[in-house]
Design a protein around this ligand. Structure first.
Ligand SMILES: Cc1ncc(C[n+]2csc(CCOP(=O)(O)OP(=O)(O)O)c2C)c(N)n1
Ligand code: SF4
Ligand SMILES: [Mg+2]
Length: 306
């Protein structure tokens, strides 16, 4: 068993401080759950969540769930196809006057990055093409968290995962899902993070008041997969924004606007050094070349942003 997998199993055996009254245990300090709580506060119970297999699936173990709305569990690649079926069914019921406008539900796809950046991309692309009226929430913990943090299309360069263990960590680069989604020209795309709740709430509120495909990517600091003390989730989330690693932005009417520009960016290593998945960049000796490469990538991103 790998180091990351062992840590994951140890965490799962600990009594969770976040039991939600359902008998379902999530890891303490889960940044995905933090974001989802905040999102649910805005969207409310007139929602049906269509969830692809992942950590958040543990939130709904039939017949128990902390959600007051509805929940459908699907295979990893199929959540958006499920959302299409539910949206169509609700529209037919409305047409036949079997439900009223007030009884209509907001259809929300909820998946991790493994589904959003990879397995579920085709069904999501098709749904955007068909202008499906739905909200997509991707909580991005940068790996296949539920199965022990294997790398995904969202894993950042150099991060150690259960399947990327060498001295340089993950050799690939995180996909730019924001750009992939905006290329489809949906109604709305935004990045959010639970540690910036006002920015998050404003964007979810905006998405709720629009129609068509509305796509949200929430960076989800993950104490178990990223290997840090759960009490650091908010600090790590704030550093993701202050270092410029996680740009907060939105796309609407063909334009991209940054909603928070970190004018005096904190060095990227302040974010990296809090996480065990990047420990090999600092120990047994500092890897200056790789740290500079990671910093340069972020600097390059912000160069053209005013
Ligand atoms: C087709 C398929 N392959 C593998 C799995 C096993 N599986 C269940 S959850 C999961 C990880 C999903 O990763 P992500 O979407 O990032 O969500 P997270 O677990 O990180 O919350 C995997 C691989 C599956 N359910 N279906
Ligand atoms: S593994 Fe990470 S994303 Fe999954 S429940 Fe635990 S903290 Fe949350
Ligand atoms: Mg994930």
């Amino acid at each position: 068993m790998s180091e990351v997998q062992e840590r994951f199993h140890r965490m799962k055996d600990l009594p969770s401080t976040h039991l939600l009254g359902t008998g379902t245990a999530m890891c303490s300090g889960c940044g995905g759950l933090e974001a989802l709580h905040e999102i649910y506060d805005v969207l409310g119970e007139k929602t049906v969540f269509v969830n692809a297999a992942g950590c958040m699936t543990l939130l709904s173990v039939y017949p128990f769930t902390p959600f007051r709305g509805s929940w459908l569990y699907t295979a990893m690649a199929s959540a958006t196809a499920g959302a299409q079926g539910i949206r169509d069914a609700l529209d037919i019921l409305k047409q036949k006057k079997q439900i009223t406008e007030e009884e209509d539900l907001e259809v929300v796809t909820l998946t991790g990055d493994g589904a959003a950046y990879g397995m579920g991309m085709a069904s999501t692309s098709g749904a955007m093409e068909r202008d499906l009226d739905f909200i997509y929430i991707c909580y991005d913990n940068e790996g296949y968290g539920n199965t022990g943090q294997q790398y995904s299309g969202a894993t950042p360069h150099a991060a150690k995962t259960a399947t990327s263990k060498g001295a340089r960590g993950f050799a690939g680069y995180k996909k730019d899902l924001f750009s992939i989604w905006t290329a489809h020209k949906p109604t709305y795309v935004a990045t959010v993070i639970g540690s910036e709740p006002l920015d998050l709430a404003r964007k979810i509120e905006k998405a709720r008041n629009l129609t068509g495909p509305r796509m949200i990517i929430a960076l989800a600091p993950c104490p178990t997969g990223w290997d840090y003390d759960p009490k650091l989730t908010v600090e790590i989330g704030k550093l993701a924004v202050k270092t410029g690693i996680w740009p907060l932005k939105e796309y609407i009417d063909g334009e991209v606007v940054h909603t928070k520009v970190p004018r005096q960016r904190v060095p990227v290593e302040e974010y990296l050094k809090l996480q065990g998945r990047f420990r090999h960049l600092f120990e047994p000796e500092r890897n200056d070349a790789l740290l500079e490469e990671l910093q340069a990538k972020v600097d390059n991103y912000w160069e053209g942003v005013s």
